[in-house]
Write a protein that binds this ligand. Structure first.
Ligand code: GCW
Length: 721
C-alpha cells in the first residue's frame, strides 16, 4: 500500500518534471513563476482578474495570451470578467475611452501601434491598465506587460509608454516552395504548402505570437531567389490561409516577386517594365492577390543580382522596375521593397562598390511607395563589415535596413554569436550625412531625411526544428532583432538580459554571466574567423569553415580576391590608391577610413593593404596582431564555456547540455579556423607564430583537404581536430 503510493507520487513528480521539459519550443514566452517569493507575492496580490474591453480577433489574442501568461507566472488561474468590479484588475483596451486623464495624455505619445501600461485607480479599485490607440497596440502592450513580469519588474508605480520608431518591421524568409530554406539551418520551411489551405499547422499561430511579442509586423514568406508559382491561382489561397492566422497578431504578409513572372506564368514574351502589356499583367496580378489577401503588404524584389532576372535585362533601370510594381500596388496601399544587394555578372573592380554605384544616381527617381532595402554592410553579412555607404546617401529614397539572423557566415546553427552587438554597432554608426549624429538608426527611422515611410528587415532564422532556430541561443537573435526594430536606440546588453530572464533563468547572478558571454560572443567569432577587417574567407558554397586559399573561376567570389595576401602584406586597398571605395562615405568618415593611422583596427584590412611588419596601435606588427586576435577568439569561446559551466545549477538539463555540446564544437572549430587561417597566411608573411601561442595542430595541406559536404542541410565538418 505504502509502496504503491510512493510509486504514484514518483510517477506524478515525473509527469510534472516532464511537463516542464525545456525543448525550446516556447521561446521567450515560457511564463514560469518568478523565483523571488516576494515578487510572486506582489504579483498575486495585485493581479486578480482580467478585463479585456472588446472582442476583435486581436483583442481575443491579447486575452488568450494574458490568460496563458498570467496563469503561468502566478501559478494560478486569473478570472476573466466583463468589467472592473474589485481591486487587482488588469484592464486591456485599444482606446483611451473612459480612462483617467494621465493615461489618455500618455496615449498621445503612443502613436498608432504603441501602448501605455500604468498602475491606476478606476471606480475606487486599484489595478493595472494596458491601453493603446488601436487593438494591435493593446496586444503589443499585453506582451510588454507579460515581459515586465517575466523579467522580474515591480508593479509599484508602474508607468510605461512605448511606441515603435520604425513603421515596417519585417522578417524575410528565404523559404522555397519545396520547403527547403536558402541559408536555413533550423530544419524545413514553416510553410506546409502541400497541406495548405486545408490544414493550418499550429506552428503558424505560435510563430505569429512570437513575432507580435517583439513587435514584428510583416513577413515575406518566400525566398528572394523567387519562384513565380507562389503568385499563381494555385498558391494564393494557401498564402491567404497563412495570412489569416497572422492577421490578428498584426503580421502582414509579403511575397517575393520574380521579375520574369509575366513570361513564366503569364505567357508574355517579355517582362520589360515599360511594356504596357507587362504593366497590365502585373496590375491584374496584384488585383488578384489583393482580392485573396486584402491587407497584402507588397513585394520584396531581388533583381539583376546573382543571376536573377530584372529590368536591366531590357536596358531599364532599377527605378523603372521598382516603379512598375509600385504603380500597380499603390491603389491597394502596398509597397515595393527593392533590394540593393546587386551582384552583377560582370566582375567589377571592387564588388563592394556596386550597390552604391548603381543606386545612388537613382535617388529621387522612385515612386512614393518604394523602399530600397540595403544590407547592413556592402559585401554580404560578414561577421563584421563597416556600415553600408548607401546609408545617408539617398535622402529622397526611404532606405530599409536588411540584417541577417540566419548566421550564414557566423557558424550557422552551431556557434553562439549574439547579433544584438552587431545591430547596435551598425545602428549607432555615424554616417555624417548631415554632420555629427547622422547615425544609421536616424537614417532608417526617417528622422534624418524626413522619409515618408520607414522600415527594417531581417532574414529569418526559423524553421521546423523544435527550438525553431537550430540552437537555443539563436533564438536570442530573432528576439533582439524585434526589440531593436521597435527601438533602434536600445542596448544589446539590456535586450540580452531580458531574453535570458524570459528564456533561460531569472537568477540574477546567472543572468549577468550569460549576458556577458553573449556580449563577447560576436567579437569572438570575428576574431577567430575574420579579425582586423578580413572578410569572406569562408569555404565556398556553404560558407561554413575556413578556406582563405580558395580561388574560384570568378574572381570576386574568391577569398583570395577579398584578402589579397602577398609577401608584402594583407588586406584590400579601398583608399584612393586602390578601388577608392572610401569615397562613397561622407567626410570625415572617408578620411578616417582612408588614413592608415586613423582607421579603426576593426576595419583595418577591409580598407588597406597593410605590410606584415606595419606597427599597430597595440605596438605589435600586423602579423603578430593577427596571431593575437585569432587566439583571442579561441580564448573567448573558452570563456563562454566557463560561464556556461558556472551557471549550470540555474539552467534546465535539456538546454544546458545542448548548449554545452554546441560550445564544445565551437571551441574545436575556433581552433580549426585559427590554425587553418594562420598556417595559410604564414606562407605569405614568412614569420613564426610567436610564443606563447600554439603552433597549428596540422599542416596547411591537411586543412585544405577538410571538406564539409555542401549537400547536407547543416554542413558539419566532423573530421576537424
Ligand atoms: O548572402 C548571400 C547568400 C545567398 C542569398 C544572397 C542574397 C538569397 O549567399 O544565398 O540569396 O546573399 O542576399 O540575395
Amino acid at each position: 500500500m505504502i509502496r504503491a503510493s510512493v510509486l504514484t507520487l514518483a510517477a506524478i513528480l515525473l509527469i510534472a518534471a516532464n511537463a516542464q521539459a525545456e525543448t525550446g519550443y516556447e521561446l521567450w514566452l515560457r511564463y514560469r513563476r518568478p523565483l523571488d517569493a516576494t515578487l510572486l507575492a506582489q504579483y498575486r496580490e495585485e493581479i486578480r482578474h482580467l478585463v479585456v474591453l472588446g472582442s476583435s480577433p486581436t483583442l481575443l489574442a491579447a486575452r488568450e495570451e494574458l490568460e496563458r501568461g498570467l496563469t503561468g507566472i502566478l501559478g494560478r488561474a486569473v478570472g476573466v470578467e466583463r468589467a472592473i468590479s474589485h481591486r487587482g484588475f488588469v484592464l486591456v483596451q485599444g482606446s483611451g475611452n473612459g480612462l483617467p486623464r494621465d493615461i489618455t495624455s500618455a496615449l498621445m505619445r503612443a502613436g498608432g501601434e504603441g501602448y501605455v501600461i500604468r498602475a491606476a485607480t478606476i471606480g475606487g479599485h486599484r489595478g493595472i491598465v494596458i491601453a493603446a490607440n488601436s487593438d494591435i497596440g493593446a496586444l503589443y502592450g499585453s506582451f510588454a506587460f507579460l515581459r515586465h513580469l517575466q523579467t522580474g519588474g515591480s508593479l509599484v508605480g508602474l508607468a510605461i509608454v512605448s511606441a515603435p520608431r520604425i513603421q515596417l518591421r519585417m522578417l524575410d524568409h528565404w523559404d522555397n516552395l519545396n520547403r527547403s530554406v536558402e541559408r536555413g539551418y533550423a530544419g524545413l520551411s514553416l510553410w506546409e504548402w502541400d497541406s495548405l489551405p486545408g490544414r493550418l499547422s499550429p506552428r503558424y499561430k505560435d510563430y505569429a505570437r512570437a513575432n507580435a511579442s517583439i513587435g514584428i509586423n510583416g513577413a515575406a514568406l518566400t525566398n528572394v531567389n523567387a519562384n513565380a508559382k507562389v503568385i499563381t491561382a494555385e498558391y494564393l489561397p494557401k498564402v491567404a490561409a497563412i495570412a489569416g492566422v497572422l492577421r490578428p497578431y498584426g503580421v502582414r504578409v509579403f511575397l517575393t516577386a520574380r521579375f520574369s513572372a509575366p513570361i513564366e506564368i503569364g505567357g508574355l514574351k517579355t517582362a520589360d517594365p515599360l511594356d504596357p502589356a507587362v504593366r497590365e499583367w502585373w496590375k491584374r496580378k496584384i488585383d488578384e492577390i489583393h482580392a485573396a489577401i486584402p491587407d497584402f503588404g507588397g513585394f520584396v524584389v531581388k533583381a539583376n543580382s546573382e543571376g536573377q532576372p530584372g529590368p536591366q535585362d531590357y536596358g531599364r533601370t532599377h527605378a523603372d522596375g521598382a516603379n512598375m510594381f509600385a504603380d500597380a500596388l499603390a491603389p491597394h496601399g502596398g509597397v515595393v521593397i527593392w533590394r540593393a544587394f546587386v551582384y552583377s555578372s560582370e566582375v567589377p573592380k571592387d564588388r563592394v562598390r556596386q550597390a552604391y554605384d548603381e543606386f545612388k544616381p537613382l535617388d529621387g527617381q522612385f515612386r512614393d511607395n518604394v523602399f530600397v532595402q540595403v544590407k547592413n554592410g556592402a559585401l554580404d553579412f560578414q561577421p563584421r563589415e563597416p556600415f553600408h555607404p548607401l546609408f545617408g546617401a539617398m535622402p529622397k529614397t526611404p532606405l530599409m535596413m536588411e540584417f541577417q539572423l540566419t548566421k550564414e557566415y557566423l557558424g550557422q546553427d552551431t556557434h553562439l554569436a549574439y547579433l544584438g552587438a552587431e545591430f547596435e554597432e551598425v545602428l549607432r554608426a555615424d554616417t555624417f550625412a548631415k554632420g555629427t549624429g547622422s547615425t544609421v538608426a536616424r537614417v532608417i527611422d526617417g528622422s534624418l531625411h524626413g522619409y515618408r515611410h520607414t522600415g527594417i528587415a531581417a532574414v529569418a532564422n526559423v524553421g521546423t526544428d523544435t527550438n525553431w532556430t537550430g540552437s537555443n541561443f539563436n533564438q536570442a537573435n530573432w528576439y533582439a532583432y524585434g526589440r531593436f526594430a521597435w527601438n533602434t536606440e536600445t542596448s544589446a546588453a539590456a535586450i540580452a538580459a531580458d531574453w535570458v530572464r524570459q528564456t533561460l533563468t531569472n537568477d540574477s547572478a546567472a543572468v549577468r554571466q550569460v549576458v556577458h558571454a553573449m556580449m563577447i560572443s560576436r567579437e569572438a567569432v570575428v576574431n577567430y574567423m575574420t579579425p582586423l577587417g578580413l572578410a569572406h574567407i569562408m569555404a565556398t558554397g556553404h560558407h561554413y569553415g575556413p578556406a582563405p586559399w580558395a580561388v574560384l573561376p570568378r574572381a570576386d567570389q574568391s577569398p583570395v580576391y577579398f584578402h589579397r595576401a602577398d609577401t608584402l602584406g594583407l588586406g584590400f586597398d579601398r583608399t584612393p590608391t586602390g578601388s577608392n571605395q572610401v569615397a562613397q562615405y561622407f567626410a570625415p568618415v572617408r578620411d578616417r577610413y582612408a588614413n592608415l593611422a586613423a582607421v579603426p583596427d576593426s576595419n583595418l584590412l577591409w580598407f588597406h593593404h597593410v605590410p606584415w611588419d606595419y606597427r599597430l596601435p597595440s605596438g605589435r606588427i600586423l602579423w603578430d596582431e593577427l596571431v593575437v586576435r585569432y587566439n583571442a577568439g579561441v580564448d573567448s569561446v573558452r570563456a563562454m564555456q566557463r560561464v556556461w559551466n558556472a551557471v549550470r545549477p540555474s539552467i534546465d538539463a535539456e538546454r544546458f547540455s545542448e548548449v554545452a555540446g554546441f560550445l564544445g564544437i565551437q571551441e574545436r572549430e575556433a581552433r580549426w579556423w585559427r590554425d587553418a587561417a594562420l598556417s595559410y597566411f604564414q606562407t605569405f608573411s614568412r614569420r613564426p607564430i610567436p610564443a606563447p601561442y600554439d603552433q597549428p595542430a596540422h599542416t596547411l595541406e591537411y586543412y585544405r583537404q577538410v571538406r564539409c559536404p555542401a549537400n547536407r542541410l547543416k554542413p558539419r565538418c566532423e573530421t576537424v581536430p
